[in-house]
Unconditional design. Structure first.
Length: 213
């Protein structure tokens, strides 16, 4: 298979995965360790002397959270998925962390995982249960399915994604789900899905980031 070669990205995109702690009893918070920055650009986003802290306790608060995934920041609001099936705490689906520190379930009907903001203000979301990439509003409503197959074959279990400056979406699929193996895909702005890696070229592709060269 001839590999797909994307165009040059116009800017550096720094992807920060920030996971909500499930318990306040964490060594990081107790020891107040300082975040170590390996790039000066990182310090323009987060101060070098910043300290991590628990913002929501998913064990002792309601709604409970078990295993957080797929974080997205939009207009100062934090959206994330809760993978309920991993520990049976809370409810699965898309959640939001509000400015007052409370958490609300937006959609518990879909097994969401990765999320990423779209140019139109909505979210592109990995739908594990239906093996697809969907578009959702910030209120949790499903707008439409963006991708559910490639070359006539259903997708496996897409779990994370990122957008590029052209309006396309890269996404990873670590679970084969009756396919020949794991892979990374590209959903171009026209809606065509292209597999950009060989099957099992990566052992467990889980998350992606774009950088400029």
């Amino acid at each position: 298979m001839k590999k797909f070669t994307p165009g040059n990205a116009s800017a550096l995109l720094l992807f920060l995965s920030m996971f909500l702690h499930q318990s306040v009893n964490t060594g990081v918070c107790q020891e107040q360790k300082v975040i170590k920055a390996y790039s000066e650009k990182f310090k323009t986003i987060i101060s070098g002397d910043a300290h991590p802290r628990v913002v929501y306790d998913g064990v002792n608060s309601e709604p409970g959270i078990a295993f957080t995934e797929g974080p997205s920041w939009i207009n100062g609001t934090f959206y994330f998925s809760n993978l309920y099936y991993l520990s049976k705490r809370g409810k699965e689906g898309l959640h939001v962390l509000n400015h007052d520190g409370s958490v609300k379930l937006l959609n518990g009907e879909i097994l969401t995982e990765g999320t990423i903001p779209l140019p139109n203000g909505n979210l592109a979301v990995c739908d594990l249960g239906n093996s697809s990439i969907i578009e959702m509003t910030l209120e949790g409503s499903v707008v439409k399915t963006l991708a559910d197959s490639c070359d006539g074959n259903p997708l496996g279990r897409p779990n994370d994604l990122i957008t590029d400056t052209k309006g396309g979406i890269y996404f990873t699929q670590p679970g084969a789900n009756k396919l020949p193996g794991n892979a990374v895909y590209y959903l171009d702005p026209g809606g065509k899905v292209i597999r950009v890696t060989e099957w099992n070229e990566f052992t467990n592709p889980n998350g992606c980031v774009l950088i400029s060269w």
